[in-house]
Design a protein around this ligand. Structure first.
Ligand SMILES: C[S@@+](CC[C@H](N)C(=O)[O-])C[C@H]1O[C@@H](n2cnc3c(N)ncnc32)[C@H](O)[C@@H]1O
Length: 366
């Protein structure tokens, strides 16, 4: 099953049990809470309300934590201005789960009046909210998903960082265009003086790695490749489909993220760069679940849960369903896939550890 090139690949829709399995995403959000406060402290909103938008918000508590620092500072600094909080994501996001959290006991709606919650539904590669309306914009663990699946022939790997030659050029071309589109639309939507904070997975230079770059999650994607190949070898999935399947994502290096903001005439005028960096994630950045490595069963369960939460829908739509007879067969293949993945982590433990570098981009609209 192919995706329409004109409709964003809804690769992260239907994320499985997201809230329980999104520790790494929650960590990215929490790490930036003080920075968001600082940025909102510097705002001089023109009114009639202060607008906070979280792009690619997802369905979980990280969507609440992403906007909480902005709300708290706005309530303290601009008590007379209502706060408009916009959660922006694709149509298939689990909006019910999100709004239950927003209005639940740990949500921000219980705290104080004067906060208007709404959803913006669509793609962040296009316009999501009115022009010149946003004071504080955030985007966590989302902007690395490309706008569409890329048709590449890449036998032996399912991920961008192991691609070389023409396949790599094709993937980077899409990633670069998408990053420019993302920034351009935010440049339209932000008010002058407003801030954009993007935090997601990044890559760092490493001489002896393929392409001279170590990308976050390389162990995870290589584990997925091993399992997918074993299923193709056993005749469970179509080998030709696997050779043409690649996750539609790109984790940028600092230079890749920075280049259009310095070289593109419109973007360099639109934004002042406050920070662009890629740094090891706090904690055990060489193995996000390293604390469980002494207990292989628990370690393997953590990896299964984490990987299934973000990868299940992409794998189903692009790899398993096209190899399956019907929906029931696709369910069986998905279970088989994640059983094998869990077994791989149980037997190999840290060989496929999740390494994590955070890319942080902080911009001010001129
Ligand atoms: C891994 S989740 C991160 C959710 C949340 N921001 C967090 O940090 O936990 C990625 C989110 O990005 C959204 N997303 C991916 N591509 C998108 C696009 N083109 N436009 C809007 N949202 C997108 C997905 O639907 C998903 O909810």
């Amino acid at each position: 099953m192919k995706h329409s090139p004109h409709y964003p690949m809804k690769s992260t829709e239907g994320m499985v049990d997201y809230d329980r399995n999104s520790a790494a995403q929650q960590q990215i959000v929490n790490t930036q809470s003080a920075r968001i406060r600082e940025l909102v402290e510097c705002l001089s909103p023109a009114g009639p309300e202060v607008t906070v938008v979280d792009y690619g918000c997802g369905p979980g508590s990280s969507a609440v934590e992403a906007v909480r620092p902005s709300i708290e500072v706005c309530r303290a600094r601009f008590p007379d201005l209502p706060v408009s909080v916009v959660h922006a994501d694709q149509p298939g996001n689990d909006w019910n789960a999100l709004f239950e959290l927003v209005y639940g006991t740990t949500g921000y709606q219980g705290e104080a009046g004067g906060i208007r919650t709404s959803a913006a539904v669509g793609t962040f590669y296009g316009q999501m909210v009115p022009a010149n309306s946003v004071d504080m914009a955030t985007c966590f663990a989302a902007s690395h998903w490309l706008s569409r699946a890329v048709d590449v022939h890449l036998p032996g790997s399912i991920w961008f960082a192991d691609a070389a030659g023409e396949a790599r050029a094709q993937l980077w071309d899409q990633a670069r265009q998408d990053w420019v589109a993302f920034l351009s639309r935010r440049a339209d939507e932000l008010r002058s003086g407003g801030h954009l904070l993007v935090a997601t997975l990044g890559s760092v230079p490493e001489d002896d790695e393929i392409n001279g770059t170590a990308a976050s999650g390389r162990g995870i994607y290589r584990a997925i490749q091993v399992v997918a190949q074993s299923m193709a070898d056993d005749g469970l999935i179509d080998a030709a489909i696997l050779d043409n399947f690649v996750f539609a994502l790109w984790f940028m290096t600092e230079i890749e993220a920075r280049r259009p903001l310095e070289d593109d005439a419109v973007l360099s005028e639109a934004f002042d760069i406050l920070e662009i960096s890629v740094a090891p994630a706090p904690g055990n950045y060489r193995d996000v679940f390293g604390a469980f490595a002494g207990d292989p069963d628990e370690y393997a369960k953590r990896y299964r849960g984490y990987i299934r939460a973000f990868a299940d829908s992409t794998l189903r739509k692009q790899l398993l369903e096209p190899s399956a007879k019907d929906a029931k067969d696709a369910d069986k293949l998905a279970d088989e896939f994640f059983d094998r993945l869990e077994e791989l982590y149980r037997t190999e433990t840290s060989k496929y550890a999740f390494e994590l570098w955070h890319l942080l981009v902080v911009l001010k609209k001129t």
